[in-house]
Design a protein around this ligand. Sequence first.
Ligand SMILES: [Zn+2]
Length: 433
Amino acid sequence: MITQHPKPLAHQPQHEVVKYQEQKLQELLAYLSQNSPFYKDLFAAHQIDINQVKTLDDLRLIPTTTKEDLQKRNDDFLCVDKGRIIEYSSTSGTLGSPVTIALTEIDLERLAYNEYNSFTCADGSAADLYQLMLTLDRQFMAGMAYYSGIRKIGAGIIRLGPGVPSLQWETILRLKPTAIVAVPSFILKLIYFAQEHDIDINTSSVKKAVCIGENIRNTDFSLNILGQKITEAWDIRLYSTYASTEMQTAFTECGEGRGGHHQPELLIVEVLDEHNNPVAPGESGEVTITTLGVEGMPLLRYKTGDICHYFDEPCGCGRTSIRLSSIVGRKKQMIKFKGTTLYPPALFDLLNGMEEIKDFVAEVYSNEIGMDEVLLHLLPVNYTDECDRKIRANLQARLRVSPHITYLKHDEMQKLQFPEAVRKPVKFIDKRK
Ligand SMILES: [Zn+2]
């Protein structure tokens, strides 16, 4: 089931892609109907004759799979004997109970190939040295994926782990990496640290950053506030990457910086509205994926919960595959806030743009009548009544409603963002029922 190509399908004409994907789809359906307890039940319950599903359009004959399905019947998605599993990865569990995704040797090879393509797409080569500012344990699939993908490219790796700006800089100055892989808000912390300690960041060896976990662009590809703040201070090129544990595949930007490229040999992608109909390019829809080449836990029409836009015109880099915008929001995290609708990334962008605020966590909870309320935990640069007044006025003007605000000290913020066993800093807490 390995699907490696001498030349990635992303560069090939659309008809080649469709031909390849339709062939792989039929193999997948046959495989699932033989080996997947969940999909065997699904096909039986909906009287689906897999032989009737031949084209990509025919996919709509099959019901979608949801995160709840994976949470409730996690083990029933496994298609191989447990003895063949090598890695047990898991989702972060920020949206409900965590899901285990088990990978076989073939899946690990596929994962490495996926990141080989991703890092190549992000202008990576054997000449690069990457400093990984993220965890490689805690069942975090991405860390392992980056590591194996970079190895496949033949580039160098420094596994430094997350946090500790002083150690990151000491290592950058000593080993001279050309690239970093990090959460964008942490890159900003690196910049602040350098400024406070007289490190001249623009003469450092780092020339590019692969940005994980947070948006650096608006949906029209322009840099958002976070992306602007980074590049204004530090002359490096930013590449955004979007992935999830369930899809075992990344969408990574090329040097054009116009959305994350789809890898057609690894996924079939649909972008669907609430009624599971495809949306047009440039419209908001939920990213829905079908994995190709996955052996352990393949997924068919899995709704990721991530709302994106997609673009289908060929890219300046020569790739013809579709590109996904940065995430508008996670469907479950939509906040209905006193008559307006808000997704956390838009709120984060607003908070990142306020110079009075050094760091933040946004919390949403249900009030006594079941409506969403927002509580912002803020670390002010320098708390004064004047600063408080400015922050409240700015939020009121931009959101048209006033969220609740509580000011924290540095160590309180640290505690809130890094409770035990998290892999990334917490920026959003959902306490709704
Ligand atoms: Zn491109």
